[in-house]
Design a protein around this ligand. Sequence first.
Ligand code: FAD
Length: 381
Amino acid sequence: MRCELAVVGAGVAGSCAAFAAAKRGLRVMLLEKKPLPRYKLCGGAVTRKTLELLAGEGIRLPAKIFHEVGRIKIYIPGAEREMQVKEGSILTTYRDTFDHALAREAERAGAELLDEAGVKRVVQAGDGFLIETTKGELRARFLLGCDGVASAVRRCLFGWSFPPGELGVAAEYEVPGLSVESMEIHFGYASFSYAWVFPKRDGATIGVAELASRLEGGIFSRLERFASTLNYLSSPPEPKAHLIPMGGIRRKVALERAALAGDAAGFVEPLSGEGTYYAALSGIKGAQLAVRALSEGGDLLPYQRFCDRELLPQLRAMLWLSRLFYFRQDFSYHLFKKSDLLQDVVTALARGRPEPQQLLRRAIVSSARYLPGYLTAKLRG
Ligand SMILES: Cc1cc2nc3c(=O)[nH]c(=O)nc-3n(C[C@H](O)[C@H](O)[C@H](O)COP(=O)(O)OP(=O)(O)OC[C@H]3O[C@@H](n4cnc5c(N)ncnc54)[C@H](O)[C@@H]3O)c2cc1C
């Protein structure tokens, strides 16, 4: 088997990449190790900016796979705040149906999809790659590794992996039939993350995440402790866990003819854990640059520049925002009670505005404004 572009992994990054490259005329093979549709542990929150990005690329998704959430309840120790998602809404979905619909779109654009084809090894061969899969060998001129946090492409070609301080561990219960009206975010269950309840069509997903380096006692006991506080959850199902990479750190994501996108590259926004937008964006951009490289005889190094100059500043601003937030959570709660910062974060997630860098500036200005009042209250005891 031969192709111009091999895309490894039919998640969000891979299917978007395969769609974008096939629509521009490349011979693309999309390789997925699991049979599709495949289960993916995820809160399944999809922001409007993600759907706008997909629609702008020409990816069509059926409305019936989404559930619209208009309200968010934020719980901080000792307080609760409910807010409307202004300017649009946040949608939730099940990742098996969402990702399968994306893979179908990639096929519609002309990509050849091969599921149950796990990539075992990749080596440089001639002016491209030899890819060993569980369904045989494949040769490709260019390669995109969209194979998630434990990427085989990254292991074979890039030679780095995520240290524990740059990885989150998340666990979830998927509860069919549970009816919850608002999206819930609960702080106080993790030192560098949060717990959540996301309403879905015909059910809800309940989860918690923590930085791997700060996890003591296991993530499932954390999830159990959180779930025991939810009076509407009587008998939780089997929990599942997965890793989430932390975005905002510069990493090598492009070689001359290969690049990493999505979780494989570590593109997850560290404050909210949103990864689908960055997976779609990096997958589409990687594909567009592969098309250009093939037609002009160039390479994929412009992808590294795109990631460093456009993606990284957004993720890094959110990394600093999360460090600011989790550094002194009691002060952050004070800030959230006094200022409009929470609403700004929610709007930024739903609409992509204010931009992360602007959001970070606002957080710094608000911190400076509310710090004296907080310190005075602390000193008075
Ligand atoms: C518990 C949890 C909750 C989350 N909640 C949200 C949320 O609500 N909203 C949000 O935006 N993000 C969320 N995220 C993050 C989000 O799930 C990821 O960022 C996103 O799935 C990244 O997409 P991807 O395509 O890069 O990788 P993946 O979705 O992991 O897809 C990678 C694909 O590659 C395949 N693969 C792996 N190895 C191979 C191989 N060797 N050969 C072939 N195929 C291979 C896998 O089977 C998989 O299909 C959450 C993550 C976790 C763990």
